[in-house]
Structure formats: structure tokens, C-alpha cells
Design a protein around this ligand. Structure first.
Ligand code: GLN
Ligand code: ZN
Length: 768
């Protein structure tokens, strides 16, 4: 019989119970026992949800107090020296110290780095490896959680992060390949498998996500070696789980591995099904079970049950029903917990959605159907939901579709090339060299957040809220005038979040109440849902930019979030290509740009901090993405006068591999994060001879430190070494909304003083 399986469940809890317990513990407001009690309750609740949904293969050790990669670091004892580990069992305090740093009295140990988990918005803790890194079994969490479930009467399949992925996801400080450590690491994994077996486990899921990336021959060999060993180490049946993409050439390696099962993602990569089935049935170890991921673990849409069933039937026809499992495409970690509580969503929209709990019900329905127990009514209802989604006028707006299909190359192009535009802009704006500006937001202080909360609850009227915001904006404008910022901003006091704010004003977006997904540690985000064709019923920001402009003679910079970032940070509809949805958003932003220009806002910034993270996992897929991402930005920023100046902002520093696409955006000015790396990343721009203007951040806004004037002058001197003085803008690394005014005010005063002093030096040099 085909079995219903799951790969992982969201940990944080429907009401973010884990987040609250973690944060209370970190603040010293709750004991370790209280935190552990909450964690235990959540695990039990989540196992029971899965059991009640009829899932037969239920994961354990998918829970984490912070992150599963950090769990693995602790399990194998890869603790960096700076934490002064005594070599014993890794306890929670050491665990959290690695995640968050440790500050006690005179000790100040920094946290381990964090980075994005594949192409998700989940961040993992990056393992640190050195040539002499040793491994040792140091945390028995996997065994404990298996036993905990067993005590509740639930037989689970423990989840481990695989050894090859663990090594490849880490960073090495020397010029070494982390795979050199594999021989030392494998014995720990063997020990873990033996301990799990001794505790009564029969099988294990080993996640090897790197199998969907471009792998070097060395890595492929490492897989062979690792799984030859692990297969012998115990009697456990090993299922290798892959997700977020297709195996492509890596399938050749996978088919030779002596493992009992393979999980593949048939949502992201449905086309791999035939190759996978062929490889599994012709491989040397040709009795593998295939786990087919046919329910999207990364998005919130209902599964098309008939389509999913067809994929499963194909696998069953080739392999037989005992060798097939039905599962979500990846761990449900990336999906919100339960749609049932979203009582503010209307029934029609709700009927198109499925969160983690509902996805498991779908897995079960598909499994039952393939086993000959098809719930006809459920399949009928599912078909009806898809039919309504296919034809609903809330989703389909012919005018929007026509506009997108009518787009031509000319729509994604400014009227004149940069060298012509910049002359017109200089003439219009009359700015000094090294003009000063900021990235958009000013501190979102307690009073700002409180006023918004009151307004949302209906305790503050629209008029009172607006006049509060006007007051804030006015103060910010006056202060910027007083300290001589050349291009002031209104401050974004009216915005909760740079995507949500626009989503709320656009048609085609919906918002959840509890649709949280873990971003890192205790942090969760609640992405908007783009369910329909996107359009802009009316201007979204003109009111605030105009109000700000009325307060000053200086050119105010209007602030917009770019189409790629809005797309990237939302749950995106799956019934049309992402490119199409992105282009729809880009047209809405374009309309806003045009309205701002009409309102005489002649400097407009379109933020694209998420452009890079949208890059596909495989390099060969990059060009196609970059083409439409760049086009979307250009559609948003074109059709305006030459003298209107477009800025963009990106707050990260890996530009080297996409620098030509950044240049292709053809923004008149780009601001980037550079202060931490002391301008290092400017190299990319210099080597490339970046033609337009650049604002390399001179103030690290991620830290409460107040940089001195001198420090910023030094950074500017570095920038001036490699760029033309007329190319350079002076600004912080990113928006200031997370900072307080106590730091922001002196820091920006120093920044303006640094710019003025550098201008004077340049004048002197010219005169000399
Ligand atoms: N304009 C935004 C702000 O200042 C940009 C934020 C970002 O880059 N993430 O807050
Ligand atoms: Zn930023």
C-alpha cells in the first residue's frame, strides 16, 4: 500500500508559542523548565495533528529551539573555539550562545553567522570549519525526541541533516574544502544512527538539499562514500530527502547510493518525475522507495488533487504501491500552520488555500485515492475550488492582463541614455558634489507603532492618525533641513513594512491573521498573499511625499518598494508564471512613479533589496530570471522625463556575480551596503566600471554604534580612490527604522559634516 508521509512540521506554533517562550527565557523572564515545557507541548501537539490527519510516516527531530543546522552543529560537536566548550553534552545555553552571541560581564563573544536556507526566507546558522575541526557526538536530541514521541504512542521517522549538505553549507576560513572533513564526520553520524536504532527507530530521513545544486565531482564522490558507510552502520532504512529543485545530473549519483528511499520535489520540479522513476527502477540498488512531493510545502495554495493523483499513479505504475509514498514537496516549515483560524478571510478566498494542517489532509486524500479509497466528494469539491479560481473575477482582470501582454521593449527603457539624463538631472536638482541623503525610513519609535496599533484597532480616527503622521513627517523634514541633508526623505512613518504597506493598497493581495512562517530563530514573518491580478486603484504614496515636499525647498526623494521585492516577500499565486505576476506589480509601481512625477517629486527611489535572493539555485537558470527581474524594475522606472532621477537601494554586498544585471537596471543612482566591509564590495563596481552614480553606505545601521565624522571621511576617501567624485553619493547602508533618534541624529550629523569636509578637500585639490 502507498503510505502518507511528512518531512517536517512548522515548529513555532499556531500562536507563535515557541517564539514567546524563547524570548521570555532570553530576557530572564522564564526558566529553562518553562521553555522546555512549551517546546514539549508543541511537539506533542504537532505529532498529534499529523497522526489525526492520517499521516503514517511522521517526522521527529524536525523541531528545533532555534535552527536545524545549529542542531546538527551541536550534535556533531562542531563548536567554534570562542565558546569555550568543555566537550560535554551541548546544553541550551551554549546552543543559544552560538545562535545569539554571549555578553556577560567582560565576555563578549559574537554569534555565528546566519544565511538563507537555499532559496527560502528561512535563515540557518552557518557551520564554521577549520582544517583541524574535530567531531564528537555531543547532543542526543534526535534520540530524545524519538523516545518522546514513542512514549506518546507515535512511531516516528527521525530527520537528520545529511553529512554532505552539512559540510557544504558551512564556511571554511582557510583555503580548504569542507569535504576534507567527511572522514572525521561520518563516525558521528554512524553513532547517531546506531543510537536511534537502539532506541527502536526503523527508518530515518536524511536531508541532502545540496543535491539540487550544481555539485562538483568531489561532492558527488563524497555522497558515494558517505552513504556506503551509513548504509552499513545500522539496520535503519535511510530515505534521502531533496527539495526546492530537481536532481538533474546529480541523479546519476543518487541512483548508486545504497539507501532505501528517495524523496523528490514534484512541485518545484514536476518534469523530473520520468527520469527519477527510470533511475530508481534501473539503478543498481533497484528496490528504493520513492517519496513523491506532490503537495506544495512552500506556498499556501490548495493542491490540485487530480493532478497530484496522476503523478502518484505514474510512480505506482512503474514501481508498485509498496514502493511509493505521498508527501509534501518539502518540510512544512515554510508554510503557516492552520487555515481554520483565519476567520477574517472570506469563504471564497479561503476555499483556494491550504496551510500545513490542510496540506497533510491533502496528502492523506491523495494516498487514500491511489489505494483505491477515493473520497469522491472531496475530489469534486477540490475541482470546484480550482474551477472557481480559474474563472473568478476577483482573480482575473482582463485590463491588467492586456496591459502586461501589450508591454514592449520601449516600456522598459528610459527616453535617453544615462549621460544625457544625468545632465538634465544636475540642472534641475542643483545638488553639490557628494550629495547627502538617507535610505528612506526614520526611527519607528514606540509612539509611531502605538499610534498605528490604535488606528488599526479603531481607537484612533483616520484624521487623528493622519495628523499624527503629518506631525512626525514635519519634524523629520525640519530636522533634515536644519542639518543640511541635500535630498531629504519623508521618513516612512506611515509604513509598517515595506511590502505589506503596498500590498494593502493594491488589488490582488490578501493578508492573514496568523500566517506566520519562521524567518530565523524566534523571528517570524507574515507574507501577504498575492491571489489575483495586481492593480493600483489609486495613488499610494503621493500624499506623504507631497506633504513632505511642501515643508522644504530641497528635492524630496519619493520612496517605493520595487516589484521583485514585493513578489519575493509574498506568497505568490501559482496559476501563472512568477514573471507575469511581477510584471503586473511593475505596472502598478510605474503608475505610482508617474503620479509622483506629476506631483513634482523628481527624485524617486525604488527599493529592490530582494533582487538577489530571487536568483535560482542553478546557475544555468539565472539568466532567464535576471532578464525578467531587470525588465520589471525598468518598466517601473521608465516613461518619465530625463530630469526625473531614479534611485534604487540594495542592502547586501554580494554583487560580483550579478553586477551586469545591476548595471542593466539603469537606475540613475544606486545605494548599497558597504560600511562593514570597509568599501570592499566597491571592487565589483570598479572592476566593472559601473557607469551611473553610487551611494556606498558609510554608516552601519545594523549596529547602535555612532560612527565618527573621521571614520566616514576615511570610507569616503576609499570610495574616492576608485570612483569619480561626481559619481558618489553619501548615505547610510540601509533604512533607519530599527534605530533610535539618539543614535540617528548624531550619526547623520557626522555624515553631513564628513561630506562637507570631503567637498572642501576636493575643491582645495582642484585649486592647487
Ligand atoms: N526604504 C526602506 C527603508 O528605509 C528600505 C529598506 C530595505 O532596504 N530593506 O526602510
Ligand atoms: Zn536596505
Amino acid at each position: 500500500m502507498v503510505k502518507a508521509a511528512n518531512l517536517g512540521f512548522p515548529r513555532v506554533g499556531l500562536n507563535r508559542e515557541l517564539k514567546k517562550a524563547q524570548e521570555a527565557y532570553w530576557k530572564g523572564q522564564a526558566s529553562l523548565e518553562e521553555l522546555e515545557k512549551t517546546a514539549k507541548e508543541l511537539r506533542a501537539r504537532h505529532w498529534n495533528i499529523q497522526k489525526d490527519a492520517g499521516i503514517e510516516v511522521i517526522p521527529s527531530n524536525d523541531f528545533s529551539m532555534y535552527d536545524q543546522v545549529l542542531d546538527t552543529i551541536a550534535m556533531v560537536g562542531a563548536i567554534p573555539e570562542r565558546y569555550n566548550w568543555d566537550g560535554g553534552q551541548v546544553d541550551l545555553d551554549l546552543f543559544f550562545a552560538m545562535a545569539r552571541g554571549r555578553q556577560e560581564g567582560s565576555t563578549d563573544v559574537v554569534a555565528m553567522e546566519m544565511t538563507k536556507w537555499f532559496d527560502t526566507n528561512y535563515h540557518y546558522i552557518v557551520p564554521e570549519f577549520k582544517a583541524d575541526t574535530q567531531f564528537k557526538y555531543s547532543r542526543d536530541k534526535a534520540v530524545k525526541e524519538f523516545e518522546e514521541a514513542k512514549a506518546l504512542g507515535i512511531e516516528t521517522r527521525p530527520v537528520l541533516l545529511g553529512p554532505v549538505s552539512f559540510l557544504l553549507l558551512g564556511k571554511t576560513n582557510e583555503n580548504m574544502n569542507a569535504l576534507a572533513l567527511l572522514d572525521r564526520l561520518l563516525p558521528v553520524y554512524e553513532e547517531v544512527l546506531q543510537k536511534l536504532e537502539a532506541a527502536g527507530a526503523k527508518e530515518v530521513q536524511i536531508d541532502e538539499g545540496v543535491l539540487v545544486l550544481d555539485l562538483e565531482p568531489k561532492a558527488k564522490m563524497a555522497f558515494k562514500k558517505a552513504y556506503d558507510k551509513l548504509a552499513e552502520a545500522s539496520g535503519l532504512k535511510i530515505t534521502i530527502a531533496t527539495y526546492f529543485g530537481d536532481l538533474r545530473d546529480n541523479l546519476d549519483v543518487v541512483k548508486t547510493l545504497k539507501v532505501a528511499g528517495l524523496h523528490v520535489d514534484l512541485m518545484r520540479a514536476p518534469e523530473q518525475i520520468d527520469d527519477v522513476i527510470k533511475a530508481i527502477s534501473n539503478g543498481i540498488f533497484n528496490d528504493k522507495t520513492l517519496s513523491v512531493g506532490v503537495v506544495d510545502g512552500r506556498n499556501i495554495w490548495k493542491t490540485d488533487l487530480a493532478k497530484a493523483l496522476a503523478k502518484v499513479e505514474k510512480a505506482v505504475a512503474a514501481l508498485g504501491s509498496d514502493r511509493v509514498q505521498v508527501a509534501p514537496s518539502c518540510s512544512l516549515l515554510h508554510s503557516p500552520v492552520d487555515l481554520d483560524v483565519e476567520d477574517q478571510l472570506d469563504d471564497e478566498l479561503k476555499n483556494w488555500l491550504a496551510f500545513a494542517k490542510q496540506k497533510l489532509q491533502e496528502v492523506k486524500l491523495i494516498t487514500d485515492a491511489v489505494n483505491g479509497n477515493k473520497d469522491e466528494a472531496a475530489f469534486e469539491a477540490n475541482k470546484a475550488a480550482f474551477d472557481s479560481r480559474g474563472s473568478s473575477s476577483r482573480i482575473h482582470n482582463p485590463a491588467v492582463k492586456d496591459r502586461v501582454s501589450g508591454l514592449t521593449d520601449a516600456d522598459a527603457k528610459r527616453n535617453s541614455p544615462f549621460d544625457v539624463r544625468i545632465e538634465a538631472q544636475r540642472e534641475l536638482l542643483g545638488l553639490p558634489i557628494l550629495p547627502t541623503t538617507t535610505i528612506g525610513s526614520f526611527p519607528q519609535t514606540q509612539d509611531v507603532r502605538q499610534a498605528r496599533a490604535k488606528f488599526k484597532k479603531g481607537e484612533l480616527s483616520r484624521a487623528d492618525y493622519d495628523s499624527f503622521l503629518e506631525q512626525k513627517t514635519k519634524e523629520a523634514m525640519e530636522w533634515q533641513d536644519a542639518i543640511d541633508i541635500d535630498v531629504p526623505v519623508h521618513g516612512e512613518f506611515e509604513r509598517n513594512d515595506m511590502v505589506e504597506y503596498f500590498g494593502e493598497k493594491l488589488d490582488g493581495f490578501a493578508f492573514t491573521k496568523n500566517g506566520w512562517v519562521q524567518s530565523y530563530g524566534s523571528r517570524c514573518v507574515k507574507p501577504p498573499i498575492i491571489f489575483g491580478d495586481v492593480s493600483r486603484p489609486k495613488a499610494m504614496t503621493v500624499r506623504w511625499s507631497s506633504y513632505a515636499q511642501a515643508q522644504t525647498k530641497r528635492p524630496v526623494k519619493g520612496m517605493l518598494t520595487g516589484p521583485v521585492t514585493i513578489l519575493q516577500w509574498s506568497f505568490v499565486r501559482d496559476d501563472q508564471p512568477r514573471e507575469t505576476t511581477c510584471k503586473q506589480i511593475s505596472l502598478a509601481i510605474r503608475d505610482e512613479v508617474h503620479d509622483l512625477e506629476k506631483a513634482n517629486i523628481r527624485v524617486i527611489q525604488i527599493d529592490e533589496p530582494a533582487l538577489r535572493e530571487g536568483l535560482p539555485l542553478r546557475k544555468s537558470d539565472w539568466d532567464a530570471y535576471l532578464k525578467w527581474a531587470v525588465d520589471s524594475f525598468k518598466i517601473s522606472s521608465s516613461g518619465i522625463e530625463d530630469a526625473t532621477q531614479i534611485h534604487t537601494h540594495m542592502c547586501y554586498c554580494e554583487f560580483n556575480d550579478i553586477i551586469d544585471s545591476i548595471a542593466a537596471l539603469d537606475a540613475d543612482v544606486i545605494s548599497i551596503e558597504t560600511s562593514r566591509s570597509a568599501m570592499e564590495l566597491l571592487d565589483a563596481f570598479v572592476n566593472f566600471k559601473y557607469p551611473n552614480e553610487i551611494g556606498p553606505g558609510v554608516y552601519d545601521i545594523h549596529s547602535p554604534r555612532i560612527p565618527s565624522q573621521d571614520e566616514m571621511e576615511k570610507l569616503l576617501t576609499k570610495a574616492l580612490d576608485v570612483l569619480d567624485a561626481r559619481q558618489i553619493w553619501v548615505n547610510p547602508d540601509c533604512g533607519l527604522k530599527t534605530r533610535g533618534w539618539e543614535e540617528t541624529k548624531p550619526a547623520l550629523e557626522h555624515m553631513v559634516a564628513a561630506a562637507k569636509s570631503m567637498r572642501a578637500k576636493i575643491e582645495q585639490e582642484k585649486a592647487a
